[in-house]
Design a protein around this ligand. Structure first.
Ligand code: ATP
Length: 345
């Protein structure tokens, strides 16, 4: 069993607090992704779980056992790093077997575990190569193999795909998903890439500045962002936000928004072009981008207020054209003065 419980977890370097009180449960077998902007503390939190960083305050339990002061090797976790951290002078097979040898695992068992991992990760033809003779994706598969053979209860991934090109990232992402399906182990995965977070996670933990902004399924974060930060972090292009305290006051009536609503948010694919003279507001097209399956329209409501909408790829709009825009009530997200969602929950 590898349920993780973090209770008021804190980390300081000197007088600077980096992790500012994290309460979180990760269920046994769950795929949990820590996501957030650079410097928010994702890696630090993961390294604290791994035992590579001391915990300044709070309690970390894995499988019901307090782990704060337990050595990394005794936590039942294996970590896969962005940098692969392979031994250059060892072959693929030797790299994968290394930890088992150190732990004095019987030879036959090492054979068995390594062969299993090699097959699972399709490394059969590469076992006698050295890391320098491998591509980035192959190196990362070896690093994952090394983690698998230790049979950990929990896998910790620290931005494992960051050094790979776009195509390989997508491929490795699906491999990691399949690995989770197959091993059914708890996995915690750090990324700053919201697409990775959305596609891999059972549970997303969105962090900012050492605190949790929102925890939920990918669907929760996309459909019901709990605050302006979550609304703008998840989804690309970003959600459009209109401040109703100023020149968008009229939207309150037109879009029938609650009195508590200070900001209204509408995703680019939820903005529709209305017949001229109708719609909630008008904008002037600046440029359009053809994406193959859609067309992104960049427009300006006024000099300070850009807006982005996603339209069918065949939509023809010349720069300078005026468009009337509208959105259905169920696609409008309302946020209060403090940035929290109206009718939170
Ligand atoms: N050893 C250290 N001493 C002092 N500050 C540190 C140390 N390690 C990390 N930090 C600071 O802690 C904060 C969180 O760092 P961390 O690496 O966890 O962020 P991150 O969210 O993983 O960012 P990134 O996506 O850029 O890797 C940063 O502001 C960083 O500068």
């Amino acid at each position: 069993m590898a349920k993780l419980e973090l209770k008021d977890i804190r980390k300081s370097y000197g007088s600077v607090e980096i992790i500012k009180g994290i309460d979180l449960n990760v269920e046994d077998g769950e795929f949990c992704v820590f996501v957030g902007p650079s410097g928010c503390g994702k890696s630090t939190l993961l390294r604290m779980i791994a035992g590579l960083e001391d915990i300044t305050g709070g309690t970390l339990e894995i499988g019901g056992i307090r782990m704060n002061d337990i050595a990394p090797a005794k936590r039942g976790v294996a970590m896969v790093f962005q940098s692969y951290a392979l031994y250059p002078h060892l072959t693929v097979r030797e790299n994968i077997a290394f930890g088992l040898k150190v732990r004095k695992t019987p030879k036959e068992r090492i054979e068995e575990l390594v062969n299993e991992a090699v097959t699972m990760l399709q490394l059969e033809k590469l076992t006698e190569r050295y890391p320098r003779e491998l591509s980035g994706g192959q190196r990362q598969r070896v690093a994952i193999g090394r983690a698998i053979v230790g049979e950990p209860e929990t896998f910790l991934f620290d931005e494992p795909l960051s050094n790979l090109d776009a195509e390989l990232r997508v491929h490795m992402r699906t491999q990691i998903s399949e690995l989770h399906e197959r091993l059914k182990r708890t996995m915690i995965y750090v990324t700053h890439d919201q697409v990775e977070a959305m596609t891999l996670a059972d549970k997303i933990v969105l962090l900012r500045d050492g605190r949790i902004e929102q925890v939920g399924t990918p669907h929760d974060l996309y459909e019901r962002p709990q605050n302006l930060f979550a609304a703008q972090f998840i989804g690309a292009p970003k959600m459009n936000i209109f401040d109703l305290s100023g020149r968008f006051e009229h939207l309150r009536a037109t879009l029938q928004l609650d009195r508590d609503t200070r900001y209204c948010g509408i995703r680019p694919d939820n903005l529709a072009i209305a017949p001229q003279g109708e719609g909630a507001f008008t904008a002037r097209v600046r440029l359009t981008e053809y994406l193959g399956n859609a067309r992104l329209v960049h427009a300006d409501i006024d000099a300070e207020t850009p807006v982005i909408l996603e339209q069918p790829a065949g939509t023809e709009l010349a720069p300078g054209a005026e468009i009337a825009l509208t959105a259905r009530p169920e696609h409008i997200h309302g946020f209060k003065d403090d940035g929290n969602r109206v009718g939170r929950g």
